[in-house]
Design a protein around this ligand. Structure first.
Ligand SMILES: CCCCCCCC/C=C\CCCCCCCC(=O)N[C@@H](COP(=O)(O)O)[C@H](O)/C=C/CCCCCCCCCCCCC
Length: 218
């Protein structure tokens, strides 16, 4: 089962993240929660290597990952094995605040929804990175993806802080280096491999949440 996320400091490896997203889908296209959070843990490792200015983002992601890990390791862990089983279990047992925050402010469904929205940001950002040229700016690509996928879900203060942090992103060559994959052509190839996987996991989750009217959980 998934362990604690607080003390991880190993080097980022994109291949590892790719592998976890590959393992995310079961044969019948359910999303394994354990691999989903493992994918995020790998990404947080990357974020941490970019410096402390991204600490507030990383802290929020780690917090949400830990909430899901706690459910997975808890007494009802078997209900959380896939995102589909989690949604079914929490809805059937009225464990989700549907319209306003109440007695379940940290349900699995609302917590995963926050990461799910961030996954769309990731998809848009990686697609921009993949198709970028040498002089493209990572800060601009990141901000564009953020404005398209996430900004509307964040209060003004967070939007402001996020956009300021984006300016501190390293340029494309240094960014590719931190990705620890190899020369730029190899990074682009690996992104080409990663994107369809991320996209499929995103679409399956999006459809599931839409079917259950869970896309606006408070
Ligand atoms: C493959 C390698 C290249 C890409 C590497 C990307 C690495 C990104 C790693 C982690 C991303 C963090 C995901 C953050 C989840 C945010 C969830 C969220 O929306 N939380 C807000 C709402 O939560 P509640 O208040 O309702 O509980 C919360 O208010 C947010 C707080 C922090 C700010 C979040 C800004 C997110 C910006 C997108 C990530 C930018 C990372 C830039 C690095 C390339």
């Amino acid at each position: 089962m998934a362990g604690s996320v607080a003390s991880e400091d190993q080097k980022f490896c994109l291949q590892e993240v790719l592998d976890t997203f590959k393992m995310c889908l079961s044969d019948n296209k359910e999303v394994y929660t354990q691999h989903y959070v493992a994918g995020w843990r790998g990404l947080v490792k990357f974020l941490n290597s970019l410096g402390s200015v991204f600490g507030f983002i990383s802290k929020d992601a780690v917090n949400k990952i830990q909430i899901l890990v706690n459910y997975l390791n808890g007494e009802n862990g078997s209900q959380y094995v896939t995102v589909q089983s989690m949604v079914k279990y929490e809805l059937e047992n009225e464990l989700v605040d549907i319209t306003k925050r109440g007695s379940h402010p940290e349900s699995g469904c609302r917590t995963l929804l926050r990461l799910h929205r961030a996954l769309r940001w990731l998809e848009l950002f990686l697609e921009r990175l993949r198709t970028s040229t040498e002089d493209s700016k990572t800060s601009v690509m990141c901000a564009e993806a953020y404005n398209e996928a996430l900004a509307q879900h964040h209060p003004w203060m967070i939007r402001k802080a996020a956009n300021m942090a984006f300016y501190m992103l390293p340029g494309r060559p240094a960014f590719f280096e931190v990705m620890n994959v190899g020369p730029p052509e190899q990074v682009v190839a690996m992104l080409g491999e990663a994107l369809p996987l991320i996209s499929e996991v995103y679409q399956i989750t999006e459809t599931l949440y839409a079917q259950h009217n869970l896309l606006d959980l408070p």
